[in-house]
Design a protein around this ligand. Sequence first.
Ligand code: NAD
Length: 475
Amino acid sequence: MRIIDQIYIDGAFVTPHGTEMFDLHNPATEEVIGQVRLGDIADTHAAVAAAKRAFVTFSRTTKAERIALLKQLHAAVLARAEAMGAAMTLEYGAPQSRATWTGSYSAEAFLNAATVLETYEFSRRVGHAEVVMEPVGVVGVITPWNSNAGFICSKLAMAVAAGCSVVIKPSEMSAIQTQVVLEALHEAGLPKGVLNVVNGRGDVVGAELSRHPDVAKISFTGSTVVGKAILTAGADTMKRVTLELGGKSPTVILDDADLAAAIPMAVSAGFVNSGQACIAGTRILVPEARIDAVKALIVQAVAKVKCGDPRDPDTEIGPMVSEKQWQRVQRYIRLGVEEGATLIAGGEGRPKGIDRGYFIRPTVFADVRSDMTIAREEIFGPVLSVITYRSEAEAIAIANDTTYGLQAVVLSGDPARARNVAAQLNAGRVLINTLEHEPLAPFGGFKQSGLGREGGTFGLEAHLEPKSVLGVFVD
Ligand code: NAD
């Protein structure tokens, strides 16, 4: 049993004022593996006060000083990357390949921020004015369980690059990952108060950060429903917000695509992180004329997907994070059948041979219409919908027929044609014949997938306020 009973305020691990203990589970075994002591409103206030004090000095540090700090943070997190990966596998069942990737990605976030900072000009001339980009203030960071350590690092990296101090409210379900990453960050030598971390409930610590007058900005990744609550709570103090929310991303397979290559890629895009990913390509759009070939290839591709113990390096789909999430995904599978879609892979219950753990059978529905619930709502599990179209225009219309707009994938034999389709898709990121990530490019959603962008210069500027100073240039 792992007991995590300290939070991090003003450069030190301290016992929280809050006393509630929260169970941590291993979703692969359903066992309770630890407990975290949750902070409360008093702890949130102490953390914000520490961040506010630190901001006075930290906001005036030079670019060179912050680049040096970012490099120290990178080295410290890299040294713990393996331990972070192991914690992710233990705590939310991340398949080992995903956990390993996130471990190194988390460390690289600091180097990426340093790279952006190296060429960024904080002062520029516009007409007769000098425009100075100033750090926005104390940033409240709120993270989800599906990439808690990764988002702690990427959000902290950009805040530090900008000269902001932070109070982080990590996912309460991810306290072991938070502890591992926090021990690394503590060793990196940030000035006291620049980083504060309060484990706690979303509706307590998260909500208090969202309305606290001394918090200038919230950087949130999580569900659209909570994103809306944060936006509302922050309105009174006019908070700046970056909201990275849910998705129902389309994978558009054009009629000239090589199906033998496209289908395995579409299935991988849908099952990424066991389907527990905001960017998961959960709607596969295929030409009606090729549906029989598509179905056969999907059945083949899904049969090859290994589902089970996330510590096994061959496993592609691990368990759902919690029993609640398992029940939720089961409900969607039932709903799909009730609404008239056809199961071509998977279905309700656990995969064959697995009798405990929150495992789901990798599931694909065909004969899905765009108005069905399974095609509209974010399921957050390995459940995919195949939707047919008759023309390229109809494919684009179906792809855009969603309240979300985080990502889209276009698979085609003709890059120019794919580029033209990409131009018509309402999504913050479009991947053409690839599932690659570019950390320096802006990341974020159109429509209800979010507000603002993270990554690269766009992510840095989301932590800065432009100030125009006139009377400086006399010519
Ligand atoms: P969630 O919205 O339930 O929780 C996210 C965080 O918000 C947690 O730390 C939670 O404690 C906190 N929270 C809950 N209520 C709050 C409130 N009233 N005020 C402030 N904070 C509150 O999401 P989750 O279940 O942890 O994560 C899954 C969701 O995250 C999915 O919808 C997924 O699409 C989304 N997500 C988005 C991205 C992206 O970059 N767009 C990335 C990963 C996950």
